[in-house]
Design a protein around this ligand. Structure first.
Ligand code: ZN
Length: 137
């Protein structure tokens, strides 16, 4: 498949329960929820065709999602593009002048490798790059 592909759209919610109820009313069901302490969030992924909706609830006051909710309220937080080789993509984007929020890929949900790109270098959109976890023996 040609990459990148749209993997998911991340949406900040104050409460996963309320978010899940809203999307259930729209016909979308979560695959399950997961805590990602490294990112300060609890997440639920809702398959929607070839892409997914990711609901993000803050784990604490210092979570980036808590800051987003304080400043802007609930709503779209980021979009995520899936790539085959995140390190190669990061190196290429760095050369192109994109501002990456970490030097190295971080661990995201489902053991994926992720990296965020600052919105001021990406047309006002917080971009997440992800690479699926290598299958473990
Ligand atoms: Zn995400």
């Amino acid at each position: 498949m040609k990459e990148p592909v749209l993997d998911h759209i991340g949406i900040a919610v104050a409460s996963l329960g309320e978010g899940l109820a809203l999307y259930r009313a729209l016909g979308l069901e979560a695959e399950g929820t997961e805590e990602v302490p490294g990112q300060g969030v609890r997440v639920a992924f809702l398959p929607a065709g070839d892409a997914r909706i990711e609901l993000l609830e803050p784990l604490g006051e210092d979570s980036p999602i808590a800051r987003h909710l304080d400043r802007r309220g609930p709503g779209i937080h980021h979009i995520c593009l899936r790539v085959g080789d995140i390190r190669a993509t990061m190196a290429r984007l760095r050369e192109e002048g994109f501002e990456l929020l970490s030097e190295e890929p971080q661990e995201g949900a489902h053991g994926m490798l992720v990296c965020f790109v600052h919105p001021r270098s990406a047309g006002g959109v917080l971009l997440e790059l992800s690479q699926p976890a290598p299958s473990r023996p």
